[in-house]
Design a protein around this ligand. Structure first.
Ligand SMILES: NC(=O)c1ccc[n+]([C@@H]2O[C@H](COP(=O)([O-])OP(=O)(O)OC[C@H]3O[C@@H](n4cnc5c(N)ncnc54)[C@H](OP(=O)(O)O)[C@@H]3O)[C@@H](O)[C@H]2O)c1
Length: 250
């Protein structure tokens, strides 16, 4: 790692093949705010240390994998290191070069309905839509030249394990997912996630009429099938906690 990054975070590295997640959660376990956009920024209060960690984790990855729900909920965003933390753009670029990564992580967006805004800047800037052959046939002609489609299966939800295996075949072996909760549910249930980075923001978000999700949705694991994890590191910055867990694969 470049020294300035290591001075801030300490050492960080991943296996040659890895899938890791990054979420910010409120004290009461909320990661999404119903239809309110950009929930992560609101929950972290745009905390600079959290934004730095987001940049660092993006800088380590070959690819960033999202569910289309997160793309729809985050207008105007780019899932790149320098977009979230521009002050250290040059250091992130040095880190990527040192790791032998391409200049930017490739964005992969999962969708089964094909409800992807092709004018979203992150898509227009270059992304791969991961979907079924049925939806791919509908999308392909409308895609900007910067985009392509990865077909996985014919219809219904994409088999996420198969999608990750195809990513690896294409050279994307170190994958960061920034969610959202429904994609996380499949990664955890399928024992496909190696590590989870969790930022705990010192705010109570509350829940009432809106659906406010936790980090995992769409699956029930406990009792009986909980994904027990091992704490790899705990860091503190002010009132924020930055936790890194190894998630048991089986
Ligand atoms: N606090 C944080 O750190 C954080 C991080 C990420 C997201 N969030 C929040 O989470 C909320 C979104 O939650 P979410 O659970 O809806 O997000 P999500 O998992 O990103 O999106 C769900 C959508 O992804 C697509 N998808 C997921 N799995 C698929 C599969 N196996 N095959 C094909 N398509 C698949 C589907 O899109 P189609 O409907 O197009 O088929 C599905 O409706 C937003 O409010 C966002 O701000 C918070």
């Amino acid at each position: 790692m470049p020294q300035d990054l290591e001075r801030i975070y300490g050492r960080l590295g991943f296996a040659e093949r890895a899938v890791y997640s990054n979420f910010v959660t409120s004290l009461d376990g909320v990661v999404s705010l119903g239809s309110h956009p950009s929930a992560g920024s609101v929950i972290s209060g745009r905390n600079q240390a959290d934004r730095f960690l987001m940049g660092l984790l993006r800088a380590c990855a070959d690819a960033v994998l999202l569910g289309a729900g997160t793309l729809r909920a985050t207008p105007g965003h780019h899932w790149t290191p320098e977009h979230i933390y521009p002050d250290l753009a040059a250091s992130f670029a040095r880190l990527r070069a040192g790791l032998g990564r391409k200049p930017q992580p490739r964005l992969f967006v999962l969708t089964s309905r094909g409800d992807v805004d092709l004018s979203h800047p992150a898509v227009a800037g270059g992304a791969t839509i991961v979907t079924t052959s049925t939806v791919a046939a509908r999308l392909r002609d409308a895609l900007p030249v910067s985009c392509d489609v990865l077909e996985v299966g014919e219809r219904g939800p994409v088999d996420v394990a198969r999608a990750l295996s195809l990513l690896r075949d294409r050279g994307y072996a170190v994958v960061l997912t920034e969610g959202g909760p429904h994609l996380m549910g499949q990664l955890v249930e399928g024992r496909l996630l190696d590590e989870a980075f969790v930022t705990i923001s010192p705010v109570v978000a509350g829940r009432d009429v809106d659906e406010r999700l936790g980090m995992v949705a769409g699956v029930e694991l406990l009792p009986g099938n909980g994904a027990w994890s091992r704490l790899l590191s705990a860091r503190r910055h002010g009132d924020f906690l930055f936790l890194r867990y190894a998630v048991r694969r089986s």
